[in-house]
Each structure stands twice: as C-alpha cells, then as structure tokens.
Design a protein around this ligand. Structure first.
Ligand code: ZN
Length: 312
C-alpha cells in the first residue's frame, strides 16, 4: 500500500523505524500565517532539519507529524523540512482539541469531504497530501463538536483507507468512547491508533483496546513531566503487554514538538527535562526494554512492524 508523505508516495513496507506521533512545529490555527511574528520560521525549519537528521543517523526512517489545522499546521514549513531530510514525513488532516466553533454548524459528511480532499488532492494550496487523520478527545469525553469530528474521521478513513490517530485522556479511558463511535461507523479497528495510551497503567483498559484490534500509542516518552508515570513505569507496562501477546499492537513515539511559539524559558525547561528530544527512544528507551528482557524481534515489532501493518 502506498502512503502519502511530504515527498510523495512511499510503500508501507518501506517505512522502517517509525515515530508514530510527533510534531515539527505546534501553535494554533491562524498563527503561522496571520500572527507569524510569534514563530521564527527560519529557526523552526533549521531546528527541525537538524533534529530529524540526527534521528535519521540513529535509525529513524519515518516520522508521523500529527499537527492539524488547530495546532497551527504549516505546510510551507513541513515541505521545506521534507525537502532537506532523508526521513519520510507523514502529515495529518483532521482536528485536535481546539475544534473551531463553526464545526458545530456542519455535519460529519461535510467535514469528511474536507478530510478526503486533503488526503486525495492536497492541503492548503500545496499538492502535499495527508497520510493520517488526527482526532482528539479530552477528559470531558465526547462533546457534541467532538462527535462530529470523530464521525467525519471514521467516514474519511472508510472512504480512503487512510488510518486514524487519536489523542486521548487515557486516565479517563476515553479511548473506549472513541472506539464505540468508530464501531458504530463500521471502521476497521486495525486502522485506529489510540494515542497517549501510556499515560495509564490500567492493563485491563489497554488490553481491552488491543483485543479489539486497535494500536496502543505509547507516545508520551519520556512522559512524566509534572507528574504521572515515569518512563521506566511506562516501559514496564509495555513489557507486560508484550508478555500478554500484544507486541503487534503497540506503537512508540515522543509527542515532542520540535518548536513552539517563542518563549525561550519554556523551551529550555523542556530540553533540560529531555535533552535527547526525538532520540530518547533510540538512546534510552529501547536499550532499557532490551535490558528488561525484550528481544530484538519484539522491539522491531514495536518500532517497525506496527507501522507497516497500520498504514498498509
Ligand atoms: Zn501530539
């Protein structure tokens, strides 16, 4: 199966080591083009090229950028970065938590058409096509606006075969609410990645989602900043799920935005916490999984095979 990336089509079997949920640059709808002084675009591009080149040297071959309209998706930046790195960058259609109020005035079919156009024709004025559909549900659960987005994503997924990636509040188990809607819509759940699933160690909740065929996005790594499970606890949950036979249902990522609007103190604090940025998994996390008993084929299932199956 051919997958849309910033630089054209790539076969799903050639994705290789894939970071399943990341961001090159995050802001808000309208910021990149209207309030552009808040972003230093040249710095964003240079920083992304540098970070992705280092990651490539450490084995990363594909990078899923799940930045939507309401997270300040900027096609010019994504395209410039894509032209300058040897990493497949998959970009997203869909809507995250900042759902524009006007979405309440459209129906799921109307919104699905927009997602399908971004998948089949291109995003903004570019010919770059979306390779993934992003949606998000907070701990409030499925709101009226969120339900429109979830149903639209389901219909676009069924129409195009492009998979869905979700943001969840895992402690509130909202992955179950998302799956209930996708099941109602008749989505193939092997095309559904339930993101931020490693914010909980509730094995019953996680095994339930994996048993239905969903992929568990273990994508807050290292995670734990400001509380919550630390990264070794997150690793232990994965190891237990692998022992239970779910090694083909787990994807890894950092959910690390390479750039934010200008606020250097925040950026410094974040980099102090995770100096490895998008190389944390290759430098610290995988060695720890192996030290704790996983073998290389089990690790390859998490970082290579799962992406090939999900996108394929
Ligand atoms: Zn994210």
């Amino acid at each position: 199966m051919k997958i849309n990336t910033v630089n054209g089509l790539v076969d799903s079997s050639d994705l290789g080591f894939t970071l399943m949920h990341e961001h090159i640059s995050v802001s808000s709808a309208g910021i990149p083009h209207s309030f552009y002084e808040l972003m230093d675009r040249e710095r964003v591009v240079a920083n992304a090229i540098e970070c992705l080149s280092v990651a490539k040297d450490e084995g990363v071959n594909s990078y899923v950028d799940v930045t939507t309209l309401d997270l300040g998706r900027d096609m010019e930046i994504l395209r410039r970065v894509g032209e300058n790195v040897d990493v497949n960058i998959i970009v997203a259609t869909g809507i995250w938590l900042d759902i524009p109020r006007s979405i309440l005035r459209v129906n799921p079919d109307q919104l699905a058409k927009v997602f399908i156009r971004e998948i089949e024709q291109g995003i903004d004025s570019t010919s770059v096509k979306a390779g993934i559909i992003k949606v998000a549900t907070s701990d409030e659960g499925v709101t009226e606006a969120n339900e429109i987005v979830l149903r639209a994503a389901a219909r676009a997924c069924k129409d195009t075969g492009v998979p869905i990636s979700t943001h969840t509040a895992a402690l509130s188990k909202v992955g179950n609410d998302q799956v209930a809607i996708f099941e109602e819509e008749g989505v193939d759940l092997s095309k559904v990645y339930i993101g931020h699933s490693n914010d909980t160690d509730d094995l019953e909740y996680l095994s339930g989602l994996a048993s239905k065929g969903c992929i568990l996005g273990m994508d807050h790594l290292p995670g734990g900043r400001g509380g919550g499970l630390d990264w070794k606890q997150r690793a232990n949950v994965i190891i237990e799920l692998v022992r239970r036979g779910f090694q083909d249902s787990i994807g890894l990522s950092h959910d690390y935005s390479l750039s934010y609007p200008l606020r250097k103190d925040l950026e410094d604090e974040r980099n102090d916490y995770n100096p490895d940025k998008i190389c944390f998994i290759s430098r610290k996390f995988i060695p720890y999984l192996i030290e704790m008993g996983l073998d290389q084929s089990q690790v390859d299932a998490l970082i290579i095979k799962v992406a090939a199956r999900y996108f394929g």
